[in-house]
Design a protein around this ligand. Structure first.
Ligand SMILES: CC(C)(COP(=O)(O)OP(=O)(O)OC[C@H]1O[C@@H](n2cnc3c(N)ncnc32)[C@H](O)[C@@H]1OP(=O)(O)O)[C@@H](O)C(=O)NCCC(=O)NCCSC(=O)CC(=O)O
Length: 284
């Protein structure tokens, strides 16, 4: 693994870095002073307080519950489709930027594989990796708009436990990961953002009235991402107990429960949506 990482780093630093496009990307996604000097400071950085987190999650859950019960003034289908398409394009672009920014930050700012997987205990949450973690956290709050779009489209059957539980809990996971400088987090960001590029592209096409035949592929990518997260978690676990310890091991425990619960919910979603019986029904 170390050899693979050093080879990639060598290629990036010695070959790609000479291309003007790459230098521009490197500046805007990693070496910009705003990103380099980023610091997650409790009570100062946007969203960095338990009160903010509590109010955000509470407002999301109570608004979702209330709005799903009342009859909202109907938004014309054309306007709703337009809003949904714009929302998906924003999240697709943001997810792509986070995936590229975080990958470049990992390659350029980490000396070796150990530094990516296991931050030393008491690592301060500063610099590019935590900048992208912060953007990822804020993007999860922006994803609340998914729920509003479901409610506005009167598609209450799509307002499932999986959807609401995922949207509410993922914000808590991001907060804990930033707060504890959690080692696993950049890996999760790269994987999740990449999967979300595909997912929001799928939703974008749906908003345009196109029903892609590869819906199942999106679900499979999501399931694979949970297994990949387990692999990274096992790796951290190994480093933590065989070395000097890794930062954010309490956050690790939260993630273990959260990712397991999502895996169970997604496997259930998969078996209900794509079982041979259901597929046959759709084709009738
Ligand atoms: C293929 C999936 C991505 C989506 O499954 P669904 O059953 O929701 O898909 P679907 O075919 O019914 O979706 C099409 C409908 O979604 C509407 N739609 C379009 N954009 C949307 C958006 N941003 N949020 C919510 N709904 C949206 C379309 O207009 C269309 O409505 P109409 O039918 O009226 O025309 C699946 O794998 C999945 O994630 N299912 C769980 C449901 C969910 O909420 N997923 C996202 C959060 S979980 C997550 O994000 C995990 C992760 O981190 O990867």
């Amino acid at each position: 693994m170390e050899f693979l990482f050093q080879t990639i780093k060598h290629c990036v630093v010695n070959h790609l870095a000479k291309k003007p496009v790459f230098s521009t990307l490197e500046y805007w996604l990693v070496n910009n002073p705003h990103i380099l000097n980023f610091s997650w400071i409790q009570g100062q950085t946007l969203g960095a307080s338990p009160l903010f987190l509590t109010l955000t999650v509470f407002s999301y859950l109570s608004l979702t519950f209330t709005l799903s019960l009342v009859t909202l003034p109907s938004v014309g289908p054309r306007i709703l489709r337009f809003l949904t398409a714009v929302h998906n394009i924003i999240l697709l672009t943001l997810s792509f930027t986070m995936a590229v920014g975080c990958t470049l930050s990992i390659i350029l700012r980490s000396a070796n594989v150990d530094c990516i997987v296991c931050y030393p205990i008491n690592t301060p949450p500063t610099g590019p990796l935590f900048f992208w973690s912060h953007i990822f956290y804020l993007s999860k709050i922006f994803e609340f708009m998914d729920t509003l779009l479901i409610i506005l489209s009167n598609s209450i059957r799509r307002l499932t436990f999986l959807h609401v539980y995922h949207h509410a809990t993922v914000v808590v996971m991001c907060y804990i990961s930033l707060h504890t400088s959690q080692s696993l987090f950049p890996g999760v960001i790269v994987i999740n953002s990449s999967v979300h590029v595909i997912m929001y592209f799928y939703y974008f096409l749906c908003a345009l009235g196109i029903r892609p035949k590869w819906k199942r592929f999106v679900t499979d990518c999501q399931i694979v991402q949970f297994f990949s997260s387990f692999a990274i978690m096992a790796w951290i676990f190994y480093y933590h107990f065989t070395g000097m310890g890794c930062s954010g091991i309490w956050g690790w425990c939260f993630d273990a429960v959260f990712i397991t619960s999502l895996l169970v919910l997604f496997l259930d979603f998969r078996s209900k949506n794509y079982s041979n019986k259901n597929e046959a029904k759709k084709n009738i």
